[in-house]
Write a protein that binds this ligand. Sequence first.
Ligand SMILES: Cc1cc2nc3c(=O)[nH]c(=O)nc-3n(C[C@H](O)[C@H](O)[C@H](O)COP(=O)(O)OP(=O)(O)OC[C@H]3O[C@@H](n4cnc5c(N)ncnc54)[C@H](O)[C@@H]3O)c2cc1C
Length: 356
Amino acid sequence: MTTRVGIVGAGAAGAGAAYALRGADAEVTILEKSRGVGGRAATRRKNDCRYDHGANYVKDGDERTDSLLRELGDEGLVDVEKPVWIFEGDGEIREGDDDEAHKWTWTEGITQLAKRLLARTDAEVRKGTRVERIAREGAGDGTDSETWTVTDTDGETHGPFDVLLLTPPAPQTTALLEATEWDDERLGTLTDAVAEVEYRTIRTFVLDYDFRESYPWYGAVNVDDDHEVGWLSREECKDGHVPDGESLLVAQMAPDWSAERYDDPLDEAGADAAELVADLLGDERYADPEWVDDQGWRYALPEGGVDDDAVRSAEGAGLFFAGDWTVGEGRVHRALWNSHDVGERIGEGAGGADEN
Ligand SMILES: Cc1cc2nc3c(=O)[nH]c(=O)nc-3n(C[C@H](O)[C@H](O)[C@H](O)COP(=O)(O)OP(=O)(O)OC[C@H]3O[C@@H](n4cnc5c(N)ncnc54)[C@H](O)[C@@H]3O)c2cc1C
């Protein structure tokens, strides 16, 4: 019998699980609160520029990431060639130990990852659907079997699903578990375990300039957590992202700064961020960008991982979890492969599992 799989979230994890399930006897429905897919691997377009304002690139952590990305099509694939340098509290940008063989994105932006994965599946993606409640219910077919149903914030129900996979960041998954009707003692332990995973907050600023300087680096990362700017990168190093002669900087502010200034108006916080960037680059012109954009990531990067036994305890009841917090590292490829593995486990239960 075809397994009905519901996935909450269409980020790298949600897309990775759907991709792993493409050869299995499964009907996959993805519920995503945003209007697009990709989650924190996000791209925005503005004023002829295109920029990755969440994850900057996909690191090819191992050979399988490299071969998967090529399998998804070489067209538009961008390898950011210049290295990532480092800086400390003193703000001096210097060469670091950039061991990352490739830094992948696409001319169309990093959302291509989820788009390309999903395009190779039959999964139905219901965008603009924010899941609010989950329930475990009798199948209503006279048998003892139970299924999962979810309700969104518009009061619409989705399902029934034989398997439900939750991929939102841990705090959002905790909220869903707290709003779950399931008369089972595993629920409490599970909810407590997921609630323990904390996230760093990052506010990203995108700063556009009508000039372009040359630097030996693509990005610079603060390595001692002692600078207000946590990360600075040059989007013009990605083919197809920034018109010639312009530059577009992505500044991800340090967690403390980001949490404190999270709700400050864009004009004030953006001006302060631009000043800090100008200081860091030792060039006053950067204090006066042509335009500024921003994005707050309340749940940007997990501080650690979750108790694996606890999250796997509900798999027998068809409740699965995946995402960067289940591996304990905020990296696109880690979320993707973790979820791909979970998708394969679900697929094995469904029969006809994919071999990829
Ligand atoms: C500023 C920043 C910079 C980063 N830089 C890098 C980098 O350079 N390289 C790298 O590898 N990683 C980077 N990361 C980390 C990387 O983006 C994440 O680890 C990865 O994208 C996580 O994928 P995910 O699918 O687990 O979660 P997400 O991408 O968060 O996906 C979860 C999805 O669930 C959806 N969702 C949440 N709640 C609900 C709900 N109730 N109902 C329906 N849908 C819901 C969300 O909208 C989202 O689409 C960065 C992250 C940030 C924020």
